[in-house]
Design a protein around this ligand. Structure first.
Ligand SMILES: Cc1cc2nc3c(=O)[nH]c(=O)nc-3n(C[C@H](O)[C@H](O)[C@H](O)COP(=O)(O)OP(=O)(O)OC[C@H]3O[C@@H](n4cnc5c(N)ncnc54)[C@H](O)[C@@H]3O)c2cc1C
Length: 341
């Protein structure tokens, strides 16, 4: 069990800046995210898009913003636990919290800040009856071992970079590979599409425009899948391994089960401390709601600043609180690893 002052759930812009604001007050945090990299929506959904409403940065790429935040929080050495969905949050009788992740990591924390955004990102599943039985063994949403797919008959679903990258990687190593996409146009990089077409011309890839209609099974064994084309034709694809890359969709997931007061899938908080109905559990960024809430990065930053004072008071009620400026505070500058002018 890892013991810490604060656990922050979610490493989007809100969670990252929370590390900074707590750090300025000398409070240590562990940061948890179900994704393999920090950045939340900025990194996952629109890394290359410019953002124009971050104060004092007239224009900033979404990934650039995340990189800048990571640089800004570096002095505080928060440990990140990435690729681990937080599944459990329990307030113990002593008022502290036990937080657990799907990977089995356990934390003991004095306060929790939920910065879960629109929820944890989960792969969109193949929507076919009976598919659950094969998920993980024959139907995959990520590739755990490419070598295990060599020599197998594969069907890859999707039109984005993941689908095309794995098509290029596995085409010559599989016993047969069919790529299925609902449209003739692809979202993937044009160079990848061109390479896929080359592999198709060379006979390594069969491309079908269409959608999966039915799994073909024989005595509980997956044999393939039926694909329906826009012209109504049904194609039989023989494959024992299906790789599905339909992108990621956010799901509120376990957060809904922690006894928090919710309002339309958002955590209801006050606007002084951004505290939930559970004392010691705070919520910032897109995941919270209060009268007038605007889901902007700017709002998340403000909320993080106020939460850090609320957390300090929750952890150390006897401690006197006063506002210090980073410009002039020697203790803050020490924490930041800089020296004042
Ligand atoms: C296309 C697009 C353009 C946008 N442009 C702007 C803009 O110009 N200006 C602006 O201010 N805002 C913009 N936004 C909105 C902005 O991105 C969000 O307000 C911001 O990302 C919210 O930050 P967050 O940290 O609260 O949540 P998120 O960025 O959603 O991050 C939350 C993180 O929490 C993780 N998480 C959730 N549940 C769990 C769990 N149970 N366990 C572990 N991890 C979990 C998720 O995996 C995720 O990484 C835009 C959004 C989109 C989609």
């Amino acid at each position: 069990m890892i013991s810490t002052e604060v656990v922050i759930i979610g490493a989007g812009p809100a969670g990252l800046f929370q590390v900074f604001e707590l750090g300025l007050l000398g409070i240590k945090a562990h940061l948890l995210d179900s994704l393999a990299q920090p950045g939340g929506q900025c990194t996952e959904l629109y890394p290359d898009k410019p953002i124009y409403d971050i104060p004092a940065l007239p224009v900033c790429g979404a990934q650039e913003l995340v990189d800048r935040l990571l640089q800004q929080i570096k002095p505080f050495g928060a440990t990140m636990h990435l690729g681990e969905e937080t599944v459990g949050l329990v307030r113990r009788e002593d008022g502290r919290f036990t937080i657990t992740t799907a990977a089995g990591t356990e934390f003991d924390a004095g306060a929790v800040v939920i910065a879960g955004g629109v929820g944890s990102f989960q792969p969109r599943h193949l929507a076919l009856p009976g598919v659950e039985v094969f998920e993980g063994r024959h139907v995959h949403y990520k590739v755990a071992s490419a070598a295990a797919l060599h020599g197998k008959r594969l069907a890859i679903f999707g039109g984005g970079d993941s689908a095309l990258d794995w098509t290029m990687d596995l085409a010559t190593k599989a016993a047969g590979l069919t790529l299925v996409h609902r449209r003739a146009e692809f979202r993937a990089a044009p160079a990848s599409v061109a390479k896929m077409r080359e592999l198709e011309a060379a006979g390594y890839v069969r491309f079908i425009e269409g959608v999966a209609q039915e799994l073909l099974t024989e005595q509980g064994v997956l044999r393939g899948v039926l694909i329906k084309s826009p012209d109504g034709m049904v194609h039989t694809v023989h494959a024992e391994q299906l790789l599905v890359f339909f992108g990621l969709a956010p799901k509120l997931g376990p957060i809904a089960e922690w006894g928090l007061e919710l309002d339309k899938r958002a955590i209801r908080v006050d606007t002084e401390k951004f505290q939930s109905n559970i004392p010691g559990v705070f919520a910032i960024g897109d995941i919270n709601t209060y009268p007038g809430k605007k889901k902007l990065i700017l709002s998340a930053f403000h909320e993080a600043a106020l939460v850090s004072f609320a957390v300090q008071h929750h952890l150390y009620p006897a401690k006197k609180q006063f506002l210090q400026y980073t410009t002039t505070s020697p203790i803050m500058q020490k924490r930041l690893g800089v020296t004042g002018a």
